[in-house]
Design a protein around this ligand. Structure first.
Ligand SMILES: [Zn+2]
Length: 143
């Protein structure tokens, strides 16, 4: 038998939510009063607020592993966009993807045009120079 105590979350309540956490049967989950799967439905020992002990999940590579660190969708999308840029074979598409990745407003044709000007000694802006620096092989194929 193993008893677990959690602090009640009602402001100023000093009560506890206490339940037995041994023998949870994950293979026989029951839908309870909360309308979701629950192991137990203890009440706060002082204010009486109703709580539910519900199953929770973690992502592991192996049952003995530490759970994975969670990440936000924005970070995932950013990474996917970067991978898509990295894997792009078509030079025009690759330039397009780089522009989008960096949040620039150029068109690929504009970058190509400015690249030829740059090769002839024209001044280019800082962000255009960044495009040129990172897209040289693609630009060479398009001029
Ligand atoms: Zn309470």
């Amino acid at each position: 038998m193993s008893i677990e105590a959690n602090k009640c979350n009602v402001p100023k309540c000093k009560g506890f939510v206490v339940f037995e956490n041994a023998d949870f049967d994950f293979n026989n989950l029951q839908v309870g009063k909360s309308n979701s799967y629950e192991f137990d439905d203890p009440k706060c020992t002082e204010c009486g607020k109703q709580y539910y002990v519900v199953p929770h999940y973690v992502v592991v590579g192996d049952p003995d592993d530490e759970p994975l660190e969670s990440a936000c969708m924005t970070a995932f999308m950013k990474r996917e966009n970067y991978r898509s840029f990295e894997e792009e074979q078509d030079p025009y598409e690759k330039i397009q993807k780089y522009i989008r990745l960096m949040g620039y407003t150029y068109s690929p044709n504009e970058v190509v045009k400015r690249y030829s000007d740059y090769k002839e000694g024209s001044y280019v802006s800082f962000t255009m120079k960044d495009c040129i620096k990172n897209l040289k092989p693609e630009l060479e194929k398009l001029i």
